[in-house]
Structure formats: C-alpha cells, structure tokens
Ligand binder design. Structure first.
Ligand code: NAP
Length: 253
C-alpha cells in the first residue's frame, strides 16, 4: 500500500509509540485519525503531524467501550470519506505477581480488577477497534491493513499475568483475522516490541532498566521510531499478512 493520502487510525495516538507512528506515517503523506483519552496530548500530536506536512483529526474514545468505538469509527470514516489502516496501539499495564506468599502464607494476589482493566483495554479494545475498522473497510470496498501492537511479554513475563494474556491474544487474533479477512483484501499483522524508550519504560527503576539492557543483545532500549518503522513496513508490503514482527534488539529467548 502506498501511504500517500491514505487514512490511518492510531489508537493511543496521543503520546509514546502511537505519536511516533503518526509522525512517521504523516511524513509519507498519510492522513491521521488519532484516538485517545486525553485531548491535550492528542492536540500536541495533531500539531506535530501538521508540522510534518500532513493533516490529523482527533477523537476522544475509550477503546474498551463498544458504543464509543462504534460511534468513533463511523465518525472517522464519514469525516475522512475512507479508512485504510488501523494501528491497534492503545495499551496499559497493571503489573503485579499472580500470587505473593511467604512461609506458606498467601500475602497478596492479583486482583480481578487488575486483571480485568488490562484485558478490557489491551484485548477487548483491540477486538472492538479491529471489528469496526474491518466493517468500514469491507463496506467501502477498501483493501485495508490492521496492525495489532503485541509485546515481547506475549511469551510470558513475571508480574504480568494480565498483560501477557492480552498480548498473546492480540498476536494470535492477528493470525486469525488474516485468515478470515484476506477474502476482502484486508491484511492483518502484529508487532511485538521489546523494551522501548517511552513513558512506559521511563517509569521503571534505573537499576531495573540497567539490568534489562544488560541482557538485550544490542545492549540498549529500542527507539519509538524503530517500532514505527515496523508499522510502515507492514502497511507498505502487500504480501505481509498473518505474521508477527518481533522488534526487540534480539532479546526474546
Ligand atoms: P503509553 O506511552 O502509555 O501510551 C499509550 C496511550 O494509550 C496513552 O496515550 C493512553 O492514554 C492511551 N490509552 C490507554 N488506555 C486507553 C483506552 N482505554 N482508550 C484509548 N486510549 C487509551 O504506551 P507506549 O509505551 O507508547 O505503548 C504503546 C503500545 O505498545 C501499548 O499497547 C504497549 O503495551 C505496547 N508496548 C510498549 C512497549 C514499550 O516498551 N513502551 C513494549 C512492548 C509493547 P492515557 O495516557 O491518557 O491513559
């Protein structure tokens, strides 16, 4: 797909990886529909997109709420007159051990709330946005692209029962949707980033970050633009579908 004048929806486009994806795709001529929870951050990304020479519209929506997602995708497709690409990027963490015990006594367990919040946003949100994007693409006869942002944690990671379940889910949903939607000309891929320089990793303790970097073969965190580059690759490569790109500096075992 040539990105010039294509309409790309990015959830979680207000900051971090989503913002960088918007800027990289804007430089290629794409028009951006940015979905997030915070208007101020959305406005910042939108003005950066304009500086990069393209246009952006912003939409406040919680990806975990079915009615909001349906209304937002209808609005986007109506306002732009088309919808070519969805990047399912919005995500949260609520880390904690599954069970914490000492001397045979359980002291703490992951709460249902901790589990549910992450599943709602990172798994159900991806399902809802992809479903609505695919409906728009099919009804408008557009051979679109859907990309789910998974994580290296999809293979299992201490303290992330909720997050790993969701991130494994979105990687596998990409494979399923590729098989189902290919008949409509829609391609679906996923990206599993390793540790990337964003607010998500800036919140980690410096000693924990140092430890992480020491086991990454490339000995550094990834840069947001390196993930944005993978997004661009999936969109532009017309034979790519049903696969997960692992962009993690070689970290996954
Ligand atoms: P981030 O900086 O926290 O950005 C995520 C964005 O998603 C925020 O703007 C957030 O808005 C928004 N968001 C959260 N819940 C939402 C909801 N229910 N509806 C709509 N928007 C919502 O995270 P990031 O580091 O850029 O990560 C982006 C994606 O990459 C996530 O899916 C993450 O799991 C994945 N990932 C990141 C890394 C990494 O190292 N950074 C590694 C692997 C995978 P608010 O801030 O206003 O809540």
């Amino acid at each position: 797909m040539d990105l010039q004048d294509k309409v790309v929806v990015i959830t979680g486009g207000g900051q971090g990886l989503g913002r960088q994806m918007a800027l990289r795709l804007a430089a290629k001529g794409a028009k951006l529909a940015l979905v997030d929870l915070n208007q101020e951050k959305l406005d910042e990304t939108a003005s950066l997109v304009k500086e990069a020479g393209s246009e952006a519209k912003t939409y406040i929506a919680n990806v975990a709420q079915e009615a909001e997602v349906e209304a937002t995708f209808n609005k986007i497709a109506t306002e732009f007159g088309r919808l070519d690409v969805l990047v399912n990027n919005a995500g949260i963490t609520r880390d904690g051990l599954f069970i914490k015990a000492k001397d045979g006594q359980v002291q703490q367990k992951m709460s249902l709330e901790q589990w549910q919040q992450v599943i709602d946003v990172n798994l159900t949100g991806v399902f809802l946005c992809a479903r609505e994007a695919a409906c728009q693409m099919i009804e408008r006869d557009i051979p679109g692209v859907i990309i789910n942002i998974s994580s290296i944690s999809r293979s299992g990671n201490l303290g992330q029962t909720n997050y790993t379940a969701a991130k494994a889910g979105v990687a596998n949903m990409a494979v399923t949707w590729a098989k189902e939607l290919s008949r409509y000309g829609i391609r679906v891929g996923a990206i599993a980033p390793g540790f990337i320089e964003t607010d998500m990793t800036a919140g980690m303790k410096p000693e924990a970050l140092e430890k992480v970097c020491s086991v990454i073969p490339m000995k550094r965190l990834g840069k947001p633009d390196e993930i944005a580059h993978s997004v661009e690759y999936i969109i532009e490569n017309d034979y790519f579908t049903g696969r997960v790109i692992e962009c993690d500096g070689g970290l996954r075992i």
